[in-house]
Design a protein around this ligand. Sequence first.
Ligand code: HEM
Ligand code: SF4
Length: 558
Amino acid sequence: MYKYDEYDHKIVQERVAQFRDQTNRYFAGELADEEYLALRLQNGLYVQRLAPMLRIAVPYGMMSSTQVRKLADLTRKYDKGYAHFTTRQNVQFNWPKIEDVPAILEELASVEMHAIQTSGNCIRNTTTDQYAGAIADEVIDPRPYCEIIRQWSTFHPEFAFLPRKFKIAVNSVPDQDRAAIMVHDIGIQIVVNDQNEVGYKVYAGGGLGRTPMVGSLIREFLPEKDLLTYLEAILRVYNRYGRRDNKYKARIKILVKAMTPQVFAEKVEAEWEHIRKSGSELTDTEINRVKQYFTAPDYATLSDTPTELAARLQDNKAFKNWYERNTATHKQSGYRVVTLTMKQIGTPPGDVSDKQLETIADLADDYSFGEVRVTHHQNVVLADVRQDQLFDLWQRAYTAGFATPVLNLLTDVICCPGGDYCSLANAKSIPVAEQIQSRFDDLDYVYDLGELELNISGCMNACGHHHVGHIGILGVDKKGEEFYQVSLGGSSGKLGGGSNAAIGKILGPSFARDEMADVIEKLISVFVENRTEEELFIDTYRRIGMNPFKERVYAQAH
Ligand code: HEM
Ligand code: SF4
């Protein structure tokens, strides 16, 4: 993974010192609340319902075990002993004291981490597939391109005050998208053309939140070297025409829709003509320089499915379930990609304690070259695990509570913190996740249902990606009371790739919290009765439509 050079160290250190001074001046009464607000947001510091929240940048979700141990240590020293993995592959601290944040940032800098540009109206963390570099079916490892974007976008003076926040995601697998690129401000699909040249399909104007939209294709093939000039052109058009008078209409998705994707693309092309030959094109030297940080780890020469593994799989059903569900094929023979699921019933999705962070770091050291990745599903990936060590790893992960074999199934819920931590919430979301996970605790049944995405958000900001859940749940407020609206048919494109991405449709009137597990059970029963063999929930829904679900749920509930 990327290691800081002397410039990186210097700018991060300077920022820590600057923020310490700003915080001191704030506490000395020399800076007003509103003056400090802009400064703290530039350093990832929100002020929430119960306490400040600090969002720490994790470039494309990758961390070293040293960094994870530092996070564990910081949660103990400055927080309540746990942190939260977010749907944009970052890490959040929910309870730091404002006066401690400069010290936290200083400690983060010592392990090459920071919180710069994790909030505010700037380009946020660029995200990608958590399996990047480890799986066989990607076009090319997307991480160097994410890193190129990161270096270009961090501190880019022209894009420090955009109309709104800006999120870019990159995917490199043709028919699966684990980065949800279609619901990002810019989605980049890495492709190879007929001449075997690497390039990008570029989408713009996707996003969730108040007005959810799937991105529009604005360029079919962009040559590899033009990545930054083209991104610059898109951002310039957005910076110039994006609305600044109304926060709710300020995202690029609104602009692309208002202009139409065609006109937007024309404006981008026109802008690009000015800058494409301006000297900012990527060179082979630059691309190769960054690629060097992502060379393969020191893999051993091994053959697939060692005897010992085959025997274990035969003897141990629990291990076999986990192997089949939570591990994936690796491009290197003798290895597997492992997902540690953070979805134990009773623990809010994404929450990790200091002890758990340390266990993750230990597992990464012992089994995966000391590297950890955070997924947008709020799980953790160890990307390079030897097959002959899988059984050992599974036993340790099981003891730690990270081996629930439910990856991509109904109970692998994405869930925002909701009313338990977030001041913007209309309703709590964590208890809804718990209620559903407890109801569906029969693993065989959950397996039988096949892949199914259930996503929950506590308000329309959609941090929990409810719009792109096959089943989405949204907390709504009705005269001061908490209710939940259900949507069906959303898809992030994880199955079937970007062309499959869709925003869910609302089922009908909302429900009380204690009805939610029943509602989900009814929806599932309609699926089970109507599916053809091997059909997934999303496909049954697409085939039979909303009505049968609606009839079942409302016939009995009202
Ligand atoms: C705790 C306090 C939090 C606050 C105040 C907050 C605030 C917001 C707001 C206002 C938006 C909508 C922005 C827009 O529509 O332009 C948003 C979106 C989002 N937030 Fe949060 N959030 C919080 C926590 C989280 C957490 C914990 C996660 C991850 C679990 C998260 C992930 C996201 C994501 C993925 C979006 C994406 C929506 C999009 O793509 O348009 N947020 N958040
Ligand atoms: S969706 Fe709403 S309630 Fe949930 S974390 Fe985001 S802003 Fe808070």
